[in-house]
Design a protein around this ligand. Structure first.
Ligand code: ASP
Length: 348
């Protein structure tokens, strides 16, 4: 009898300890978010060999203006109490419609001289996700990725099937001319020439300009929810329907309110194999790392060791922002409620 009472007492103690632990964690979270800004938004427009000496003042001003318009579109949603998901979509639309970034209008060319676009979207309050790969006639692939999240039971659709889904949803399609930009076309020609000269040491996809112009956005709304999205044309001269990390949930994009939202840019094959976006989340949620520690470890320790170049943006519920990159530059910017907008291109 005594041992039964002792057993029950121990059990009661264990249960109460467990409750205490749980409530401590919640208190910690509350404390961490107590001083959080009302809302926050961070964007990238790709990483790579972005150097002041390769930039004209006009081009720099144009890119800065496009990024500023994109941030303003997200701010409009968030400051009026809209959702992080709406902010991410509105922000990425502006970047997709600009010819300066490798997404939507400014998408790079495939080996065959076409454009094939990838995008993904994730919401952190419910871990819902949507992605599309290899679409050719959708003006804003980020909206199609979001439609997959909102209106299908699947996470990832590709090619013709994804385009059929868009048409079923009543989305507008656009002709291939929309994606023609002279500079991207010339970039493909340079890669093809190098390839013909036998200078392609890494297969067929590397761009000698070494620029990854993918775009991404992570937002935190006034309800404390996080959303993340990424959109890209992939890599110049890609062939065989190659798909990079951008539409792969856990590689190019991830969001979970318990940790953070992440959007990546870089050499997609590495970002897939090292599950970069999920690794940032995992280091925070299982490893107890801060946002900055987690993001820096992946970009500055893990990837350089294996030759993976690129960067990422990340945002947590406390409004902390990380924007590490291991390339010379990364188009990046952010705005938090009550603060000035920040936009920068180059490394330190
Ligand atoms: N990550 C993209 C890809 O591999 C490229 C980029 O970031 O620009 O498709």
């Amino acid at each position: 009898m005594k041992s039964a009472i002792a057993f029950l007492a121990t059990l009661a103690l264990l249960v109460s300890c467990d409750k205490a632990n749980t409530s401590t964690t919640e208190d910690d979270t509350d404390m961490a978010t107590e001083n959080a800004p009302d809302w926050a938004l961070v964007i990238h427009g790709g990483a790579g060999t972005i150097l002041p000496e390769n930039m004209t003042p006009e081009r720099e001003a144009d890119i800065r203006a496009a990024m500023s318009r994109a941030i303003a579109a997200g701010e409009e949603v968030l400051s009026n109490g809209g959702s992080a998901a709406d902010a991410v979509e509105a922000t990425i639309h502006i970047l997709e419609d600009s010819p300066h970034f490798n997404a939507g209008r400014g998408a790079v060319f495939t080996h065959d001289g076409t454009n094939a676009l990838d995008a993904s979207f994730m919401t952190g309050h419910d871990r819902q996700a949507g992605a599309v790969a290899g679409v050719t006639n959708i003006k804003n692939p980020i909206s199609l990725a979001r439609a997959v999240l909102d209106h299908s039971e699947h996470v990832m659709l590709s090619g013709q099937g994804a385009e059929d889904f868009a048409i079923n949803r009543g989305m507008d399609t656009i002709s291939a001319d929309w994606f023609y930009t002279e500079s991207r076309y010339q970039s493909l020609q340079r890669v093809l020439e190098r390839e013909a000269e036998g200078n392609s040491s890494t297969g067929t996809i590397l761009n000698p300009d070494q620029k990854y112009g993918t775009v991404g956005c992570v937002a935190l709304d006034q309800q404390g929810n996080i959303a993340a999205g990424t959109s890209t044309g992939g890599m110049t001269n890609k062939r065989f329907d190659r798909i990079g990390d951008s539409p792969v949930i856990g590689a190019g994009t991830f969001a979970d309110n318990v940790s953070c939202g992440v959007s990546c840019t870089g050499h997609g094959e590495y970002f897939i194999r090292w599950a970069v976006a999920h690794d940032v989340h995992a280091r925070m949620s299982y490893g107890g790392a801060s946002l900055e520690e987690a993001a820096n470890a992946v970009i500055h320790e893990v990837l350089p060791e294996v030759g993976g170049s690129g960067g990422l943006i990340a945002l947590d519920r406390a409004g902390n922002i990380a924007m590490p990159f291991n390339t010379p530059g990364m188009y990046r910017g952010y705005k938090r409620a009550g603060e000035e907008e920040y936009i920068e291109f180059y490394g330190e």
